[in-house]
Design a protein around this ligand. Structure first.
Ligand code: AMP
Ligand code: ZN
Ligand code: FE
Ligand code: FE
Length: 283
């Protein structure tokens, strides 16, 4: 039986289930706990926590921030205080910057006759909008077959409607997670296609700045990769986390709690995370 999933996106960012729906699905799947880790916002947490309380499911507040090191790296933050002023200031800045970029992307599409209006996107999708939402519209409007096709032909870097946005340096992301009382964790380490020496350099750089954990179990990571990452985590004194990166229909191959079938995240991972947040002996 699957126990927990510490990497879940909702409609607060680019998932397709509302926080309450994601929690309901987690309960129906038999999970004991999930973490809500939307991109650049913690707005989904409150609704998820309320739904979790009703269903006896533990909900961990979290966030996922896109950062840059040598290339793109994602940092998860667990047990952040969503109301912490420094965090809110940075998240507001990220969302404003997204907003400017998105409006221009919508204008580029509209100029080519694609009937996309950014104001109606804001109404439909909320305020943390990204390229997956544009991809979804392109599919609905018949311009693309699926997400991959929409990215490949329209919104991937280098494609006609791609525009960059400002990305936070990795040390800033770790710093604001810490300042909001959160636990910084390196997300999906294999997604960056780094050589072992580069991955170690990334880990060491982040640990110096306060990194506490590493996502060792993730959708698509087989036993060999999991053992490798868990070994590295042990070597560096990082706690292990795990999650699916569930996005609902935006990543239809990923199931909550089990990824593509191989994922299993033990409840002990959450206990270890909680112990970092609330160390015994008041340390
Ligand atoms: P944005 O932050 O708006 O630039 O969008 C980046 C997000 O798009 C990432 O967090 C991914 O979840 C998603 N993404 C990037 N490339 C792809 C792809 N090829 N297929 C599906 N989703 C993608
Ligand atoms: Zn996403
Ligand atoms: Fe990610
Ligand atoms: Fe994610």
């Amino acid at each position: 039986m699957r126990e927990i999933d510490l990497h879940v996106h909702t409609t607060a960012s680019d998932g397709t289930l509302s926080p309450a729906q994601a929690v309901k699905l987690a309960a129906d799947t038999g999970l004991r706990a999930i973490a809500i880790t939307d991109h650049d916002t913690a707005h989904g947490y409150e609704e998820a926590a309320a739904a979790g309380a009703g269903l006896g499911l533990e909900i961990v507040p979290g966030i996922e921030i896109s950062t840059k090191f040598t290339g793109a790296v994602h940092i998860l933050g667990y047990y952040i205080d969503p109301a912490a002023p420094a965090l809110r200031t940075v998240l507001d800045w990220i969302v404003e910057d997204r907003d400017k970029r998105n409006r221009k992307m919508a204008e580029l599409m509209a100029a080519d006759g694609i009937p996309v209006s950014y104001d109606s996107m804001l109404e439909r999708f909320g305020d943390v909008i990204g390229r997956p939402h544009f991809a979804r519209l392109l599919i609905e409007l018949g311009y693309a077959r699926d997400m991959q096709d929409a990215f490949d032909r329209y919104v991937e870097k280098g494609r006609k409607y791609y525009l960059p946005r400002e990305i936070l340096p990795i040390d800033r992301a770790i710093e604001i997670i810490l300042s909001a009382g959160g636990i910084p964790v390196l997300a999906h380490p294999f997604q960056y296609r780094l050589e072992e020496s580069e991955l170690r350099r990334l880990i060491e750089y982040c640990i110096e700045r306060g990194l506490r954990g590493m996502e060792c179990r993730y959708t698509g990571y087989d036993g060999e990769r999991v053992s490798y990452l868990e070994g590295l985590a042990g070597e560096y004194g990082l706690i292990k986390t795990g999650g699916s990166d569930f996005h609902g229909a935006n990543k239809p191959h990923i199931a909550l709690g089990s990824g593509t079938g191989e994922l299993e995240v033990p409840y002990e991972f959450l206990q270890a995370l909680r112990a970092v947040k609330n160390p015994p002996c008041g340390g």
